[in-house]
Design a protein. Sequence first.
Length: 216
Amino acid sequence: MTKTAIILGATGLTGSFLLKRLIDDNSFSTIKLFSRSSSNIKNSKIEEHIVDMFQLKKQTETFTGDVLFCCIGTTKAKTPDKETYKKIDYGIPVAATKLAKQNNIAKVVIISATGANANSSIFYNKVKGEMERDVLAQEVSETYLLQPSLIGGERNEKRTGETIAQFFAKTFSFLIPKKYKLIEPETIAKAMHKLAFKTYSETRICSDEIKRIAKT
């Protein structure tokens, strides 16, 4: 029996790679995209829902499927206002997981970040940690929180700080512990795709484990 996937963040870097993989996978017959703007990708599998992402709770009737992939995330540079940042990085994944639980979606795969910690004194790590805590509180049958380190790849928008960080991460890779090494968006997307079909022993999955899953 074919599956229905939901993707949040399909217009982003990792989400776009994941979308391409699911389009090519005959195991998925329907791919529901929830976003504030169109992906501009035309395919018979795609069912687009252009919505207010801060009001996902209103999408109860259409938010149905077998697996939820959440690739939503912003940056300090792109979203300097902390309240808006939290609405995106905390509010959207938690609201989506609540809908998944309500609609009996058995598997949730969410991109979080290395350093996520609800007790952290660093705002951005704290937001990710609170998101993880409240996602897990929904008790969906299978929940996977991917914690990648710095994500590589070329983006449409200019992110000077990330570009510099990527340069140093590549140049001095031999000095960086595996957990913190640069990871490519294609690798994350590949691991997310594979997690749709397997049960993994851990809920929180760090960068080196993401790479391992992608290779298996």
